[in-house]
Design a protein. Structure first.
Length: 272
């Protein structure tokens, strides 16, 4: 399962239990192990409630492990980290602040140099394709534009890692497809390591270098799939016969009986 001798992110035997007030416990994820190299684009897919979002929060240090470990750059994660940016399904922009000032929020929290921070914010607004909208307020933006602001804000403090939890799930199909391509462009331009949670097989195939497939709760890594589609990718990639075959294989793999062995889909992909 090791991709490189020194992966940027190493997850070993991660388990997370949530306890209710009555003392009952729910196992969200169990024995999850992954290695993620620097600059890789990893997508995590699985059924609803399987612990995908919990896994992101464990990597981010927002919740603690029940057992196992998560390491970033050789250092064990024990709390929130400055080298991680987060993007959620809902942009959560401050309605009384314009685009520029929303992007600047992390700089203010971290007390970064104001002049340098403003220059970087303007560069990021350009990077996400919002030139000319710096003075607009959230209620003046479309859903896709608000999510672009959220992405720019997540990059404000120049994190090495970007964690994205269903960032386009609330968008209509056409806007979502456009944002997929925009995210590819931003990833290629920024050189970040990205972990994206999605329910969309096509989205995962279009974006990622690798797909981690999780089982139903308690979530485990059922398989890791190398996406051997050439880059750069575009809207035409979805029509590539290889893309279509991989999507069909992955969909059938999800529908397969639980006894399907780990690695079966990876072997099928290798033969494409």
């Amino acid at each position: 399962m090791i991709d490189t001798p020194d992966p940027l992110i190493l997850i070993e035997g991660a388990q997370k239990l949530f306890r209710s007030r009555s003392g009952d416990s729910t196992e969200a994820i169990a024995d999850v192990s992954l290695t993620i190299p620097d600059k890789q684009f990893l997508c995590v897919i699985g059924p609803s409630g399987c612990g995908k979002s919990t896994l992101l929060r464990l990597i981010a240090g927002l919740v603690g492990l029940s057992s196992g470990k998560v390491c970033i750059g050789g250092s064990e994660v024990r709390g929130p980290r400055r080298d991680i940016g987060l993007v959620f399904q809902t942009p959560v922009l401050l309605p009384w602040r314009n685009v520029l000032n929303n992007v600047l929020v992390p700089a203010e929290v971290l007390k970064l140099d104001k002049r340098l921070a403003r220059n970087r914010a303007e560069e990021l607004i350009s990077l996400v394709g919002l030139n000319g909208f710096a003075d607009r307020y959230p209620n003046e933006l479309s859903g896709g534009m608000r999510q672009r602001v959220a992405i720019a804000r997540s990059l404000m403090h120049d994190p090495n890692i970007l964690l994205m939890d269903e960032p386009f799930g609330a968008l209509d199909a056409l806007t979502r497809e456009a944002m997929n391509l925009e995210l590819l462009r931003i990833w290629q331009a920024s050189g970040k390591t990205v972990i994206l949670v999605t329910h969309s097989i096509e989205e995962a195939l279009l974006l990622s270098d690798k797909i981690a497939v999780m089982t139903a709760r308690p979530g485990r890594i059922r398989d890791e799939i190398d996406v051997r589609l050439p880059r750069p990718r575009s809207a035409k990639t979805r029509m590539d016969p290889v893309f279509v075959r991989l999507a069909a294989e992955l969909r059938s793999y999800f529908d397969a009986a639980p006894s399907t062995s780990t690695g079966e889909f990876a072997s099928a992909v290798a033969n494409q």
